[in-house]
Design a protein around this ligand. Sequence first.
Ligand code: MTE
Ligand code: MO
Length: 351
Amino acid sequence: MSATIVLDDLIRSLDPLNAETSVAALMGGVAMPTERFYARNHFRIPALDPATWRLDVGGLVQLPLRLRLRDLLAMPARSEVVTLECAGNGRSFLNPKVDGDQWQLGAVSTAEWTGVALVDVLERAGIRSGGSEVLLRGADAGAVKGRPGTTAFERSLTLDQARQCGAILAYAMNGEPLPLRHGCPLRAIVPGWYGAASVKWLTEIEVLDRPYHGYFQTEKYVYEWERDGHVIKEPVTLQRVRALITQPQPDQPIDPGDVAIRGLAWSGAAPIARVDVSVGGGPWQKARLLGTGSSHRWQRWEVIVHLRRSGPTTIRARATDLAGHTQPERPEWNRLGYGSNAIQEIPLRLL
Ligand SMILES: Nc1nc2c(c(=O)[nH]1)N[C@H]1C(S)=C(S)[C@@H](COP(=O)(O)O)O[C@H]1N2
Ligand SMILES: [Mo]
């Protein structure tokens, strides 16, 4: 069940395992092979036995539940192709540098996830009056700098978010049982949100009557700026709009003439409206969007541009979504380095 990892030289740390995909590998269909899917772990991967594992659903519910995997398999199944992106993707390009894994652009990938709808489980348990927040608890925990004891990976959604976000409690990835490193036996998938919301190794769902203030909710995964001497924090939620150039690769030798530029684009807020490409800082040329758009998964795009034999040049790609968001020229700096979605520029080498 544990797929081997094929992540080239892009392993950021081994324990805990953090590895990104090489952008060149993000080619082909919309969903990616599981073994190429990036891995982002705060702690050591917990080995849960699917045979004895249980999902507890409790707190402010009418009927506390203790579900086995086969109870979930007996419920109506939902499959959806969803793009996950780590909020720290692109962090390495921030200036000044910030702490945290120095992700380039490969902490993003897409898979088909199968499981049950979070709302179906909540409905089965029944929310009691006063329930306003849904806490998702993972089985992994460990030491966090500056905090006593161990800290678990836990995240919450408000009840409204839980009802509206289309979250899946997934037991399968690309048609196979969920691999250990991606959350076996059960993980949340919150479409359109940055990856932190998609809690792996899920063991408990607790309905609370107040906002949750845990470490990974309020200390991490917040945009943090200092304005007029005050620290402002805003929760990291939806994936920001971004285009990625998958072909050609930076500095790949290219014959001049008509050249295909291809890539991916996504936004958690809305489907992609357009992708524009600029050669050597010239005018933006509209790329063709392939397939159907969705705020849950990336979309492929391509454009043929004419490159002259005049030495090195650059290519830039900029995505805009249907909600009107577009990519900034420069990343918006924030202390923890999240949501860094500046326009990508790659150097070309013309033969
Ligand atoms: N239990 C648990 N869930 C987790 C994490 C974690 O460390 N522990 N990391 C989160 C983060 S930050 C991301 S980006 C995604 C990554 O999912 P993947 O490793 O399957 O790509 O899982 C999320 N869910
Ligand atoms: Mo992440």
